[in-house]
Design a protein around this ligand. Structure first.
Ligand SMILES: [Zn+2]
Ligand SMILES: [Zn+2]
Length: 328
């Protein structure tokens, strides 16, 4: 099918060519070269993974409290953990919002949606999409994420959770770091499917879905109840042997990578070249059509369960039909 007859092409300012990609690790027969290419694309250029890794290492080396100090709940280290959540969130989301939507630093280049973010719309808290998103991110999400992290660091410090060191287990240290995004994707798929249950959706997840046209601050703009579920992903560190750096990376991956994936732009341009991978068309489609692409492209649950939208007009027709039967 050519673009001339493709109804889907008309619905976007820009969309990637061809079907939206999924991790080829799960293809059969195996395609090792494609898998290598997928992971090279995820880790070698500037992506949310590499950004979150750098943030975690810098935070750990400069500002992270010593584990021994976290044996009892005390304001000093607890405040630091909150700052370690708040400051990067404000810098990354605020910075991207300023550059892409206020300064319009790259115009409409690789922007998926034609429309600008919404103002003067009663659907949003404060009648303003950006202020609404900032409130749910910094007020609700950061609070829940911080409380969960307090509990886990306290458990690690007291030996209630298994802690490893780099020296004792370097191989597991690296493997576990690489697996965290996959665990997070697995956890997200199930939590997210649950939130699309009509009852939960209406009162809880709808807060996130007010954003049909998304921006950096939409990433974790979630209702309180959604946040209490969404951040339970961290509790894996109570069971799986981890170092505090694993939780730091996990936290940034969970909190910062949605900022990039919701940025609304596929690539960030520096000068004349694409400098970084940002937006995720896979999830952009979820915000436009709702009942598709519940997971991430990291594990293809959506393909396995028939809810995969690959960006084509046929997939939109199929999704709309599925949505109709789901709500009637
Ligand atoms: Zn959703
Ligand atoms: Zn979203």
């Amino acid at each position: 099918m050519t673009d001339v007859h493709d109804a889907e092409a008309a619905r976007w300012n820009y969309r990637p060519k061809g079907p939206v990609g999924l991790n080829p690790l799960f293809n059969w027969p195996p395609r090792p070269a494609a898998v290598l290419h997928w992971y090279k694309g995820a880790w070698l250029p500037l992506t949310s993974l590499t950004l979150c890794m750098v943030l975690a290492v810098v935070a750990y080396m400069t500002f992270f409290p010593a584990l021994e100090t976290m044996q009892t709940f005390a304001p000093g280290w607890m405040f630091r953990i909150w700052l370690l959540n708040m400051v990067p969130q404000i810098l990354v989301a605020g910075g991207l919002h300023w550059w892409l939507y206020m300064r319009k630093g790259q115009g409409m280049y690789k922007k998926f949606d034609r429309r600008d973010l919404t103002r003067g719309n009663g659907t949003f808290t404060f009648r303003n999409q950006v202020l609404d998103n900032i409130w749910w991110t910094l007020g609700s999400a950061m609070t829940v994420a911080t409380i969960y992290q307090w509990l886990i660091y306290w458990a690690m410090a007291n030996g209630y959770a298994p802690v490893i060191t780099w020296a004792a287990a370097p191989v597991w240290f690296v493997i576990w770091l690489m697996l965290i995004p996959m665990w997070s994707g697995f956890h997200f798929y199930w939590v997210h499917r649950l939130e699309h249950h009509p009852k939960l959706y209406k009162h809880v997840h709808a807060v996130h879905h007010r954003n049909v046209n998304i921006g950096p601050w939409s990433g974790i703009s979630n209702h309180w109840y959604e946040n209490t579920l969404y951040f339970t992903t961290y509790f894996i560190h109570l069971i799986v042997p981890s170092h505090p750096l694993h939780l730091l990376f996990h936290a940034y991956f969970q909190q910062i990578s949605p900022v990039l994936s919701h940025s609304g732009f596929e690539k960030l341009k520096a000068g004349e070249t694409d400098a970084a991978r940002a937006g995720d068309f896979f999830h952009q489609l979820h915000h436009r059509y709702f009942e598709c692409n519940y997971g991430t492209s990291e594990i293809p649950f959506d393909k396995w369960f028939g809810t995969y939208h690959d960006g084509s007009a046929e997939a939109t027709t199929r999704t709309r039909a599925y949505k109709k039967q789901m709500y009637t």
